[in-house]
Design a protein. Structure first.
Lengths: 279, 105
């Protein structure tokens, strides 16, 4: 199928809809959960400036998640079902996003942001020409806000590795996070992933994206004097997230961010922002 | 290290001091300035300046405005001319406001 095709929800059969939904959940959940973790740094980051920077990045990622969840609403779900009432096992983010930071683990936050933002950059580029028009139309808006996320992470990494203590912390974070970072490229369901590619919803397969990511991340991290684990020798963690299998940390986090909704016995969400389609 | 930040809202405007950021070097200072001062308010350009590089003269050192009565320089001197030119009226209002701020009766 030509990349210029214009697919809309109405044109798709059930299998094709499943492919679009899978792709959107992957994008939305990664952004949402990554942001949820970032916000833990508020009032705890090393300096006021780093606190505000990460809070701003979290805010961007939540805004991007909202754009993708809004597209999922076309499939008949409401926001409350997509976020506040969705059971933890129905979330599809990579487990990289849900891991808690080690206490005081600023190097972890910065490195994780770098590993994630490179993947984000590549996969957004892969949907720039998506056949699903509603998705394609929103990519540029998101991309425009992503550049400084990467710049921020790299600025920090380059400075952290400058001193021995910082270098060791980044290295420890890398050893811990690397297998989880590879879950970003794990398939939700290989059959559905193949359908995503066949439909031209994205123009790079997951394994191509993984290779592109390694081609960028490995030389950069090595240039900082870090030892990058051999991806060929690295087993994926037992929970990859994409298929709904998560670490125990995810249950805790999910419990925490849905608590207020449940405590207040909410039946729906209050919208303070106009619908993305109306702006 | 502290960097003072000046924001310009639109091309041609003055850069106005809007706060400061802590950063180890110029590159990070610029990035923090953008995040803290360029996201919520209109910004066309930011200047980021090491605080040490800002030269200051304060009222203990300098006799700002001199020590003799300079009120003859004010447009109020021309109060008797009727009708006042628009520029004079504007300037007069400005001076009156400045006078009120100083506590002049």
């Amino acid at each position: 199928m030509a990349a210029t095709a214009d697919l809309a929800f109405e044109d798709l059969d059930d299998d094709e809809r499943e492919a679009v939904r899978t792709l959107l959940f992957r994008l939305a959940d990664d952004e949402y959960v990554t942001a949820e973790r970032y916000t833990e740094w508020q009032v705890r980051a090393p300096t006021l400036e780093s606190d505000l920077a990460l809070a701003n990045i979290a805010q961007d990622e939540l805004g991007h998640a909202r754009l993708w969840y809004d597209l999922l609403e076309d499939f008949g779900s409401e926001e409350r079902e997509l976020v506040w009432e969705r059971p933890p096992e129905a979330w599809h983010h990579a487990t990289l996003a849900e891991l808690p930071y080690e206490e005081g683990g600023w190097a972890d936050a910065v490195l994780r942001s770098y590993l994630y933002d490179v993947a984000e950059d590549l996969r957004l580029a892969a949907v720039e020409g998506s056949t699903y028009t509603r998705l394609r139309d929103r990519v540029e808006t998101v991309e425009n806000e992503e550049d400084y996320h990467l710049e921020h992470a790299q600025n920090w990494l380059e400075r952290l590795v400058d001193a021995d203590a910082g270098h060791d912390r980044v290295q420890a974070a890398l050893d811990r996070l690397f297998p989880y970072a590879l879950t970003l490229f794990a398939p939700a369901d290989p059959e559905v992933e193949a359908r995503i590619d066949e439909l031209g919803l994205r123009d790079r397969t997951l394994s191509e994206l993984r290779r592109d990511w390694l081609d960028r991340v490995v030389p950069y991290l090595e240039s900082l004097g870090l030892d990058v684990p051999d991806p060929g020798d690295t087993d994926l963690p037992s929970a990859v997230g994409r298929d709904g299998e998560h670490t125990d940390h995810w249950n805790d986090l999910h419990e925490e961010f849905t608590r207020t909704y449940r405590d207040l016995d909410r039946q729906g969400t209050v919208r303070i922002m106009p619908d993305p389609d109306d702006t | 290290m502290i960097w003072e930040v000046f924001r310009q809202e639109a091309a041609g405007d003055y850069h106005t001091h809007c706060g400061n950021v802590h950063a180890p070097d110029r590159e990070m200072a610029k990035q923090f300035a953008v995040i803290q001062h360029g996201r919520r308010k209109p910004a066309h350009s930011l200047w980021v300046v090491p605080q040490d590089e800002v030269a200051e003269v304060d009222e203990d050192e300098a006799d700002f405005g001199g020590s003799t009565d300079k009120s003859y320089r004010w447009a109020m001197t021309y109060n008797d001319v009727e009708p006042a030119a628009r520029e004079v009226a504007d300037s007069e209002a400005e001076q009156a406001e400045a006078g009120a701020d100083r506590g002049d009766s």
